[in-house]
Design a protein around this ligand. Structure first.
Ligand SMILES: [Zn+2]
Length: 199
């Protein structure tokens, strides 16, 4: 029914997170009906993103510069490092304006079911970063099984640093909840009431 070009576009859009084939058809048609205003701008934005946005080799954040804007900032608290699963979580915390330290993005969670082991997480430079004067590591991970498994793994991974405080977010994070879905108020409460899990 469609030309291969249109079918391909629908397929690609429909496979994006949160969408499906029905959304794929609607979005593809909307873009094709507004070629100059929407399709062209989306194309330019995608090209820009493809060419310029990279993962920060220090923290794993996405930005146009390496180190990223957050890592390069001198205004943040160098003594605190917040470990998160994904850039989505980093964005959620930044939106809440409740935290002003640095980040470390793991790029995933350990998962027995999905076969994700420690080698798949961004951990290689974590020790080195902590040695640069970090006092507190906040393990800001989801309250899911995988989030908690990862939390204990990373806490154990850091046991060579007896002088740093390892904290985790307080209650307020719903079980099975993911940080990106929390409202800013809940995230602020979870951050301010964080508790020490090892000292
Ligand atoms: Zn960075």
């Amino acid at each position: 029914m469609h030309s291969p070009e249109i079918s391909n576009l629908i397929q690609l859009i429909g496979k994006l997170p949160g969408l499906g084939q029905r959304s794929g058809r609607r979005i593809a048609l909307h873009m094709l009906n507004n070629k100059e205003i929407i399709l062209k701008n989306v194309l330019d934005a995608l090209t820009q993103a493809y060419e310029n946005i990279k993962a920060c080799t220090v923290c794993g954040n996405l930005d146009t510069t390496i180190p990223c804007t957050i890592c390069a900032s001198l205004k943040r608290d160098q003594k605190i490092l917040c470990i998160v699963e994904s850039v989505a979580d980093l964005w959620a915390i930044e939106r809440s304006k409740t935290y002003a330290g640095y980040y470390h993005v793991l790029g995933g969670l350990l998962s027995a079911i999905d076969g994700v082991g420690p080698d798949r997480l961004h951990l290689h430079n974590l020790h080195q970063r902590i040695e640069q004067g970090v006092d507190e590591v906040i393990l800001s991970l989801s309250a899911t099984v995988d989030g908690q498994t990862t939390l204990h793994f990373v806490a154990n991974h850091l046991k060579n640093f007896p002088n740093i405080k390892i904290t985790t977010l307080s209650h307020g994070v719903p079980v099975g909840g993911e940080l990106d879905y929390l409202d800013d108020g809940t995230l602020t409460v979870a951050f301010s009431g964080r508790r020490t899990i090892a000292a």
